[in-house]
Design a protein around this ligand. Structure first.
Ligand SMILES: NC(=O)c1ccc[n+]([C@@H]2O[C@H](COP(=O)([O-])OP(=O)(O)OC[C@H]3O[C@@H](n4cnc5c(N)ncnc54)[C@H](OP(=O)(O)O)[C@@H]3O)[C@@H](O)[C@H]2O)c1
Length: 250
């Protein structure tokens, strides 16, 4: 399989790359930090994969389109849109610059990369597009306004795309992790419920992709807690949100 992974220099992207690394898979790994990406690539090569690394900022949309055009010259079996950022949790007004950066990286970059690739997948009549969203997309907290918004936009995009592409034999999957140990979560200074190790989180993602889950929120207990909270009357939800936000010390 030829698998493209964005954000492969650390965290989930890195461990997905390592998990897929074998003689059967050719990998295309994208991220900005050259040294880290090359380290991951080297480990993947040791496991038998042929690896192409692309040092690029996904926010450079013209570059993304160019890279995607080149990638689409050859068959693509799976593309995992994983590159993402969060900004520090504060209950204050999000600076526009942070908001812009979050939407660029977590949402807009995705279509810059996919626009030239989708026609290729349609021509192939096959392929898998995997979005790494977040449980935070389901319920916006006062401390994660911009992050939750960017991931919810991603969910809406993925949903529409799934309907568009299903008749062409293309699978679109949205993965919504809770907290998983990574560089991103290591910056968090609050208690993260149901925190999973990187390996446990990545194994669940791999299983969901193998089973072609269209929408996969996990861990289940955390997802059910969110779903149940969303079913409550608004005044009770407000109380719960205020309480958990207070606990984060925001
Ligand atoms: N960890 C969690 O608990 C959790 C939960 C829900 C969802 N997620 C999502 O999972 C994805 C991976 O996050 P992670 O936890 O693995 O965090 P991470 O370790 O910080 O990894 C983020 C990856 O994205 C890449 N990236 C960020 N901005 C980029 C840019 N402008 N251009 C190119 N690459 C960029 C980074 O590479 P460079 O810095 O080298 O460019 C890095 O490889 C994100 O979309 C995140 O929102 C994570």
């Amino acid at each position: 399989m030829r698998i493209v992974i964005t954000g492969a220099s650390s965290g989930l992207g890195k461990h997905l790359a390592l998990a897929y690394a074998s003689g059967e898979n050719e990998l295309v790994l994208i991220a900005r930090r050259e040294e880290k990406l090359e380290e991951v690539a080297e480990q993947c090569r040791h496991r038998g994969s042929c690896v192409q690394t692309i040092m690029a900022d996904v926010n450079d949309f013209d570059l993304m389109k160019k890279i995607a055009g080149e990638l689409a010259q050859t068959r693509i079996d799976r593309i995992i849109l994983n590159a993402g950022i969060s900004v520090g949790h504060t209950a204050g007004v999000t600076p526009f610059g942070d908001f812009h950066r979050l939407f660029q990286t977590n949402f807009l970059s995705v279509h810059a990369l996919l626009e030239p690739i989708i026609p290729k997948l349609m021509e192939q009549k096959s392929g898998e597009i995997v979005f790494i969203s977040s449980l935070a997309s389901l319920m916006s907290m006062p401390t994660s306004v911009a992050y939750s918004s960017s991931k919810r936009a991603l969910n809406a995009y993925a949903e529409g795309l799934r309907y568009q592409l299903k008749p062409h034999g293309i699978e679109v999957m949205t993965i919504l992790p809770g907290f998983i140990d990574s560089e991103m979560t290591q910056k968090n200074n609050f208690k993260m419920p149901f925190l999973l190790s990187t390996d446990a989180g990545v194994q669940r993602i791999i299983k969901a992709i193998r089973q072609k889950k269209r929408f996969y929120p996990f861990p289940l207990r955390f997802y059910l807690m969110i779903k149940m909270t969303l079913l409550l009357p608004q005044f009770l939800r407000d109380r719960i949100v205020n309480f958990t936000n207070f606990k984060k010390g925001a």
